[in-house]
Design a protein around this ligand. Structure first.
Ligand code: FES
Ligand code: MG
Length: 572
């Protein structure tokens, strides 16, 4: 195995198969390569691997074959040999129990195939929520030169004069349906108009957030995060990424030279300024963890207090990703944040972030990207909360929450699992009022459900019908980046790991204080001790396969839910 980034560009003869005879291994490999119909000239070129994630179980990746063709054009024109290879693909709505469960498996697949096959650089083509994090995690661990291409966001659809985009509008109409405001026929008609093109969800959900953060990290070509999936520029970006991969190979510019403490902090700033998805905290923590960089939730709070919200896409505002692209894209956000960023961070172009920002055109549409002086909100979209209910932290997307609920004490209405939630939430006899706190236990990474996007607990239908739009909801689950509400997520340690969340009972008092960054369970320690002794083991049981590997090694949310043995040692 040859993963030494200081090795010269060796093309197809890099990392020869071990037959105990190096010359034979080279001879055999080249003979087999000849069977692919390639000229001997091409066989001598630097090799650019293209990790493709096309899958008919991944709607967001429908355009991947066209992107791969465009990457190949770029590689060939720059004098290299492109080699496409498949990896696992993760289509968010098609995976059970949840795509997050498979993210680390995909990261391992990507890492091993990038390292095990002969390539001088790799172009990672992906898009959906977990795919991009998995690719970056794998590429950082393999640490050969790498560049990310995303599939790009969907374009919006139209329905009765309204612009619709997955999947904030999916949730909006579903909430109306639950509240009895629209009927089955209408909701079915809307279903046909929510997701109408290839590409990732059209709003600032997790996929759009991760694309934006990848650009901020410097792992993607400037200006390419927000290009719509169906725009011809998307193909040009892919072609240019193929050419850039050739340059990366020649310079031996590796991902760990790009993903550093500084670029991770730049990405956190952008996450806060775009009101990005809560899931991105977990993914960025996992990505950074592969480079030995820690994302500290206390540090997140400091950054959040300094970083204004500049972009107002759905789920919080009126705009879609295609609008952000037309308004100047992530470049416009980065320029606005410039005084707060580490400008010496390297990017995949070989330039620093500062050089990038100094050289690009300054177009910005202020309707979509606000100025630092007149931001949408003076402080960042996400905060972490600590306290007796979440000793290692929890996340609240304050930008998507109702500030009237920020300083509040409430009575807990507890659901012990997703099944319990489904069985009882709409029961007319459920003892619940609008100012109660809904608590969901056993939906974290170690639970049988594998930390699904279930933190957006539905408002009990009797309250929804009475006009209640938001309630405090607390869980160890995640939430889709396209959702909104006063929702405390990623409570760590999770219930299935024996965290205090497991000890909450119906009727307990819980205090939320966003100003103090606290979430506390107001129950005597002696009583908690008693409950702790009676606590059943609710963690997932697995005896074989990936489920066992995951079960035995998955880390908590504050460590990015990576597998413990895959993280890098911190830099000395
Ligand atoms: Fe892939 Fe939303 S389902 S981005
Ligand atoms: Mg999503």
């Amino acid at each position: 195995m040859n993963d030494d980034p200081s090795e010269p560009v060796t093309g197809l003869t890099r990392g020869l198969t071990n037959y105990g005879d190096t010359d034979f291994a080279r001879y055999l490999r080249l003979s087999m390569a000849r069977s692919m119909g390639l000229s001997s000239d091409l066989l001598k070129k630097p090799v650019i691997g293209i990790a493709t994630t096309y899958s008919e179980f991944n709607n967001c990746h429908r355009g991947v074959p066209d992107l791969v063709e465009a990457v190949k054009r770029g590689v060939l024109a720059a004098g290299g040999l492109p080699r496409e290879f498949p990896t696992i693909s993760l289509g968010e709505p098609f995976l059970n129990p949840t795509a997050l469960f498979f993210r680390n498996l995909m990261a391992m697949d990507t890492e091993e195939m990038v390292r095990g096959q002969p390539m001088d650089a790799v172009v990672l083509v992906g898009g959906c929520d977990k795919t991009v994090p998995a690719q970056l995690m794998g590429a950082l661990s393999a640490n050969i030169p790498a560049i990310q291409v995303v599939t790009g966001p969907m374009s919006t659809g139209r329905w009765r004069g309204e612009r619709l985009g997955a999947c904030t509008d999916c949730r909006r109409f579903w909430a109306k349906f639950r509240a009895g405001e629209i009927d089955t026929e209408t909701v079915e008609e809307i279903e046909g108009n929510l997701a109408t093109t290839q590409g990732t969800c059209a709003v600032m959900g997790t996929a759009s957030t991760m694309a934006s953060l990848t650009e901020a990290l410097g792992m993607m070509l400037p200006g390419t995060a927000a290009i719509p999936a169906v725009h011809a520029d998307r193909l040009r970006a892919a072609e240019a990424s193929g050419a850039a991969a050739m340059m990366l190979a020649a310079k031996r510019l590796t991902p760990r030279m790009i993903v550093t403490e500084k670029s991770v902090e730049n990405a956190l700033r952008v996450l806060l300024a775009i009101g990005g998805s809560t899931n991105a905290i977990i993914h960025l923590t996992a990505i950074a963890g592969r480079a030995g960089v820690k994302v500290d939730l206390q540090r997140l709070n400091t950054l959040s207090d300094e970083t204004p919200v500049l972009v107002d896409l759905k789920p919080t505002g009126p705009f879609y990703m295609e609008d952000l692209h037309a308004a100047g894209g992530i470049g416009a956000v980065l320029r606005e944040l410039k005084p707060m960023l580490h400008l010496d961070a390297l990017t995949v172009t070989g330039e620093t972030l500062g050089e990038r920002l100094a050289s690009e055109p300054g177009y910005v549409d202020r309707a979509v990207v606000k100025s630092r002086e007149q931001p949408l909100q003076p402080v960042g979209g996400l905060v972490s909360l600590f306290g007796s209910l979440a000793p290692r932290g929890a996340i609240l997307k304050r930008a998507a929450a109702d500030p009237q609920l920020f300083e509040k004490e409430g009575r807990a209405v507890v659901f012990t699992s997703l099944e319990d939630l489904a069985a009882r939430i709409d029961n007319p006899d459920l003892d619940v009022q609008a100012d109660d706190f809904l608590v969901l236990q056993n939906a974290g990474p170690l639970s049988p459900s594998g930390m699904p996007e279930a933190g957006y607990l539905p408002i009990p239908s009797k309250l929804a019908r009475a006009g209640v739009k938001d309630m405090v909801r607390i869980s160890d689950a995640r939430m889709s980046g396209t959702a909104y509400g006063t929702i405390v997520l990623h409570v760590t340690p999770e219930a299935a790991a024996g965290g205090p969340l497991a000890l909450v009972r119906d009727g307990d008092r819980i205090r939320l204080s966003v100003s103090e960054r606290r979430i506390d369970l107001l129950v005597e320690e002696a009583e908690l001790m008693r409950r702790r002794q009676d606590r059943p083991d609710t963690s997932a049981q697995a005896t074989r396969g990936y489920a066992k590997l995951y079960r035995d090694h998955v880390l908590q949310a504050d460590e990015g839910c990576d597998l413990d043995f895959l993280r890098a040692d911190p830099p000395e």
